[in-house]
Design a protein around this ligand. Structure first.
Ligand SMILES: Cc1cc2nc3c(=O)[nH]c(=O)nc-3n(C[C@H](O)[C@H](O)[C@H](O)COP(=O)(O)O)c2cc1C
Length: 187
């Protein structure tokens, strides 16, 4: 099975990249039959703008499970990640297990990007896993990441792999809003 980690920051490598690296290592070490790949945007000369390559949509569509990782920017998800989400067709995440990982400078911003991401994932009818992962950015300031943080990341990864293995292939209804509101073909 394939876990795709989506790196939603325009400024690599950064703290979010370090968090994703630990998840990817953990998948390879602890979950036989799983592979982990990262989808990252291409940076530009602008410090807050990065763009996705043409195969990004297919890579999301083909993944069995996805981690959406975003820094908190202005109390929400990054524009970089939103750009990818706006490009995806509705079916790309339908009934797919998706975990939300966010980092911020301020601890009191712990729900700010997550709640927006959950709204967007509901639009897709994604299987958003119940427990998201949030960390203050200084937790990943160096390679010396604490055992507590590693433990939280491990539980987050396990949640995603277990739910995917148990629920893979199920298509859950009712249809999400964007399907119900679409006109029937031919009209
Ligand atoms: C444009 C911008 C906006 C930000 N807005 C917030 C914010 O609203 N709340 C917060 O706690 N941190 C905010 N931060 C801090 C980042 O969320 C934090 O430093 C994060 O670790 C950046 O991810 P990175 O290290 O992977 O690049 C902001 C940073 C930038 C560059």
């Amino acid at each position: 099975m394939k876990l795709l980690t989506v790196y939603g920051s325009p400024t690599p490598p950064g703290k979010l990249a370090r968090a994703l690296g630990l998840i990817e290592e953990d998948v390879r070490a602890r979950f036989p039959g799983w592979q982990a790949e990262r989808l990252s945007p291409q940076t530009t000369t602008d410090p807050v703008v990065a763009i996705w390559e043409a195969d990004a949509v297919d890579r999301v569509r083909e993944a069995d499970a996805v981690v959406l990782a975003s820094p908190v920017f202005r109390g929400s998800l990054s524009g970089t990640l939103k750009l990818l989400l706006d490009t995806l067709p509705g079916e790309a995440l339908r009934s797919k297990p998706v975990g939300v990982l966010t980092v911020a400078a301020a601890p009191h911003h712990f729900l700010s990007a997550e709640r927006h991401l959950r709204d967007i994932l509901a639009w897709f009818g994604a299987l958003t896993v119940p427990n998201s992962a949030f960390f203050v950015d200084r937790a990943f300031a160096t390679d010396e990441v604490s055992d507590d943080v590693r433990c939280d990341l491990g539980e987050f990864t396990e949640q995603l792999t277990v739910l995917t293995e148990r629920l893979s292939g199920h298509r859950f209804g009712p249809d999400p809003l964007h399907v119900r509101m679409s006109p029937p073909a031919g009209r």
